[in-house]
Design a protein around this ligand. Sequence first.
Ligand code: 5GP
Length: 188
Amino acid sequence: MRHGNLFVISGPSGAGKGTLVARLLREMDDAWVSVSVTTRSPRKGEVEGVHYFFVDDAEFDRLISVDGLLEWANVHGCRYGTPRATVEEHMARGEQVVLEIDVQGGFQVRASMPEARLIFIEPPTLEVLEARLRGRGTETEDVIEKRMETALLELSRKMEYDIRLVNDDLDEATAELVAYIDEQAESN
Ligand code: 5GP
């Protein structure tokens, strides 16, 4: 059994973080992904406790006040946070704990847990990123513009991450992600 470790995965929306994390969970027996709490409303197909824990503002405030969140941030007008207790439980069990969170949250995690490793997922180009956002077909022009702006902000901080993985070919990016987590977990 390996020691528990904490990994933050960030990158612009459309870089393919979700798909990569899903692949990672299939390939690594001791990997576990944290489910965040959010004040945003569920999208079609999203399931309570699987994609997020959907809460109202009062409950989010309560979680902050009892120090129940390891980090939290405001993203596109809604609040998102990582429940502290479950992350600690899974790390104590020797699991490789993954947080799929934005860059603001990533740096908060680094400040409180310097041993956490920060992984940045990059799209091959900005054109590819925009095409992926449009390809989803679910977002309005306004939302796409807002997401591209946020993407540029997030990309401007990628050099502060411990490693950057370009998600051009999904198989290759998955292999790189698995290799990095294995390497970190085994050096511990
Ligand atoms: P979405 O609303 O598209 O699911 O997520 C929007 C953004 O919020 C994504 O960049 C995602 O990584 C980020 N996010 C999701 N959960 C958390 C969290 O617990 N903390 C932080 N800081 N960001 C999160």
